[in-house]
Design a protein around this ligand. Structure first.
Ligand code: PLP
Length: 429
């Protein structure tokens, strides 16, 4: 499909039973035409990074071929066009998540991790002092834990972790008490291990009633669900380009304009100042204040193309496809592998995304992943940068299959076939 023709509509890619026309969509992803071990690639690692569709690759190539220049400085035509594309990308990405002032509220970072570090370092240093409380949850990615531990070691703030329950959901029965005296609540909208979609809107209301701001880690939700920051009630949202069909090297921090305006710079350098004297500097307004140095220009152009691509399919349709496929996967695995396969996280439903972490018999997650590789199946073994959660689950590692719009029931069937073989080769019990 050539997105530049603007030919595709939702009807073109949507088929019965909530599924997208995967065969058609797969043709947009050149890497899926590759073969490994003489098999087609069954890509089930989109929670780590998503595949890149042709329109995104083309937008980046076109930028380098026709428009590459540094932004915000040059007055020659190409430089002005590069600046226009970069700023247009900011507006597009902001509108995608419902920002009302995207030109001021969207900061481009290196990835979601840097966006979360920016909040901890800039907002944290300006607003937190000893004994202040920051609420986290037990299902956070290290990116939304370690920056807060670093700050707590430096400033002596208290970290409180909302526990998970037996179903892999947050136990919010005492959330009100957790928020008592809190300045900040940091929560993932969708777990990268359990697939749990957290009730951010409800949590934000409680947090705000206690005067706390809300940081939402949208690394797994923005690529897979319709996300509207107004509806979430978030004060900050962090996500990565490379998990949403965009390129690596770019992430996004959205923050309410009033909050951003009051935050001090994060990194110092070119582009983030109004004036510099030998002994002091005057910072620029947001978002420039937080974008020191040459920003990810080609990456922003690619991310804008990724947003176009996702929107041309429709986030609602993408969610509906992935919801149906997750339900199929959980049911098929249950039917074919029974209790031998332990899948972590809630059952299929409104609060379950397409990330499926599992253990199979007594086979080590790395052995599972290696056998699956022989079937062309790409999954991720390990702790998934969520060690506190792994400890809570009582496992050192899991294998994780995660889906996106290019996956089909057939992919799940190959996964199951590979798992049976892993059991045959490695299981003792
Ligand atoms: C929930 C969650 N948050 C944050 C991140 C960090 O994303 P990045 O590595 O792109 O900074 C990830 C990456 O896996 C994630 O799954």
């Amino acid at each position: 499909m050539d997105m530049t023709d603007g030919a595709m509509t939702v009807d073109d890619v949507e088929v019965a039973s909530g599924y997208l026309d995967v065969e058609k969509l797969r043709r947009d992803f050149p890497i899926l035409a590759e073969r490994v071990h003489d098999r087609r690639i069954v890509y089930l690692d989109s929670a780590a990074t998503s595949l890149t569709p042709r329109p995104v690759i083309d937008a980046i190539s076109k930028y380098y071929e026709t428009t590459h220049a540094n932004v915000h400085r040059g007055v020659y035509a190409t430089a002005e066009e590069a600046t226009r594309l970069y700023e247009e990308a900011r507006i597009k990405v902001g509108r995608f998540i419902g920002a009302t002032r995207p030109g001021e509220e969207v900061v481009f970072t290196k990835n979601a991790t840097e966006a979360l570090n920016l909040i901890a370092s800039s907002w944290g240093h300006a607003n937190l002092k000893e004994n202040d409380v920051v609420v986290l949850t037990e299902m956070e990615h290290h990116s939304n834990i370690v920056p807060w531990i670093m700050l707590s070691e430096e400033l002596g703030i208290e970290l409180r972790y909302v526990p998970i329950d037996g179903s892999g959901r947050l136990d919010l029965s005492n959330f009100d008490e957790f928020c008592d005296g809190a300045k900040l609540v940091c929560v993932s909208a969708m777990s990268n291990v359990l697939g749990t979609i957290n009730p951010i809107t409800e949590m934000s209301k409680v947090a705000h009633d206690h005067g706390a701001l809300v940081v939402v880690d949208g690394a797994q939700s923005v690529p897979h669900l319709p996300v509207d920051i107004q509806e979430l009630g978030a004060d900050f949202l962090a996500f990565s380009g490379h998990k949403m069909m965009g390129p690596t090297g770019i992430g996004v921090l959205w923050a309410n304009a009033t909050i951003l305006e009051a935050m001090p710079p994060f990194l110092g350098g070119g582009g983030m100042i109004l004036d510099v004297k030998p002994e002091k500097f005057l910072p620029a307004d947001p978002p420039d204040r937080f974008e020191a140095g040459t920003p990810p220009i080609a990456e922003a152009v690619g991310l804008a193309a990724a947003v176009d691509y996702l929107q041309s399919i429709g986030m609602g349709q993408i969610r509906s496809h992935e919801r149906s496929l997750t339900a199929f996967a959980l049911e098929s695995i249950g039917e074919k592998l029974g209790d031998d396969c332990r899948i972590f996280g809630p059952p299929a439903g409104d609060d379950r995304g397409g990330v499926m972490s599992f253990s199979y018999r007594d086979v080590h997650a790395h052995d599972i992943a290696q056998v699956l590789d022989q079937y062309g199946v790409c999954v991720r073994p390990g702790h998934h940068c969520a060690k506190p959660l792994m400890r809570k689950l009582g496992v050192a590692a899991t294998a994780r299959a995660s889906i996106a719009l290019y996956n089909s029931e057939d992919d799940i069937n190959v996964l199951i076939e590979g798992l049976v073989e892993a059991g045959r080769l490695f299981a003792n019990a």
